[in-house]
Design a protein around this ligand. Structure first.
Ligand code: GUN
Length: 302
């Protein structure tokens, strides 16, 4: 609120524009790798079954990979694929020198043990950053992890907006392996004071109000209200929830009640157009990083 009592609207963090810029830098890096080293970064994406949302994601990943001048390998398997068949494919991809990154789209059908599949991916090619080796490297700071794409994208947006994150209070709502936990590690590495909140956290609104950086990754539409936000805070909304509207249609909303929070926050990511576009862009960045490391070339910093 301004001194005149007029509500000020937060800066909208344009993830779509940032991701487009990042993809352009990745495209330039890929062109240079090919020209100087004859190296074409290659990403293999594996989809099992016909989950409509997964089909859209996989199509977008393949399209954006090609648009960045990289090689895309798509493997679409039947919904009744057995675990050993999928593991055979992973072994082939691990051994294929044209493939530098492997992504198995989640969720997988029930007959397949997802963790066993993720653990079968060579850590050097694990561009999702879900392998235990990469999670362990991120946690300990030992070696060079491939970092999960969504929290990597959130960190880029935060550093772009805030510069130095040193000493800031960060509250992450959600403790998933894909977002919440790696996000905590990344912000800890930036010297934030990090709290990970979840469904059993007491006085969640009060805790959120302590956050200079508030990251919402719970998958519950508009759960985080405007009066949970500290004035001036930077709010990163990872949620992508489709809800029904009164006119019989649907629309996408985040985990944050955007209109309310934007009256209080200093900056906030919208849904759609905030964190979402950053995820695939970071997947491409990880593929370039993985390709460089496999070829013994210093990776570009994005
Ligand atoms: N399904 C939803 N998000 C993701 C992701 O980041 N990686 C993979 N592999 N599957 C997903």
């Amino acid at each position: 609120m301004s001194e005149a009592g007029i509500a000020e609207i937060a800066e909208i963090i344009d993830g779509k524009a940032f991701a487009a810029g990042l993809r352009a830098r990745i495209g330039e890096a890929a062109e240079e790798l090919q020209a100087k080293h004859g190296l074409i970064p290659g990403l293999a994406v594996v989809l099992v079954g016909e989950n409509p949302a997964s089909q859209v994601y996989v199509r977008n990943k393949a399209k954006q990979t090609r648009e960045a001048g990289m090689a895309s390998f798509e493997h679409k398997l039947a919904v009744d694929t057995r675990q050993d068949e999928l593991l055979d494919l992973i072994r082939q991809l691990n051994d294929d020198p044209a493939v530098h990154g492997i992504l198995v789209q989640l969720p997988l059908p029930d007959q397949i043990d997802a963790q066993a599949v993720l653990d079968a991916i060579a850590p050097a090619k694990d561009v999702d950053g879900f392998h235990i080796i990469n999670a362990g490297r991120l946690m300990t700071g030992a070696g060079e992890p491939l970092v999960p794409c969504t929290p990597l994208g959130c960190t880029m947006l935060l550093k772009d907006r805030l510069g130095d994150l040193n000493g800031l209070n960060a509250v992450i709502v959600g403790r998933s392996n894909i977002v919440g936990k790696p996000m905590a590690m990344l912000l800890l590495a930036e010297n934030c004071t990090v709290t990970v909140a979840h469904s059993r956290t007491r006085d969640l609104p009060g805790l959120c109000r302590t956050a200079d950086i508030l990251v919402a990754a719970v998958g519950r539409p508009e759960m985080i209200r405007g009066d949970w936000v500290k004035p001036g805070a930077t709010v990163i909304d990872v949620g992508i929830n489709r809800i029904d509207t009164d006119d019989g249609k649907t629309r996408l909303v985040g985990d944050v009640a955007f209109e309310e929070a934007a009256q209080v926050a200093g900056a906030i990511t919208p849904v759609p157009g905030g964190v979402g576009p950053m995820t695939i862009a970071c997947l491409l960045a990880n593929t370039v990083t993985a390709a460089c490391r496999q070829a013994g070339i210093e990776p570009p910093s994005f």
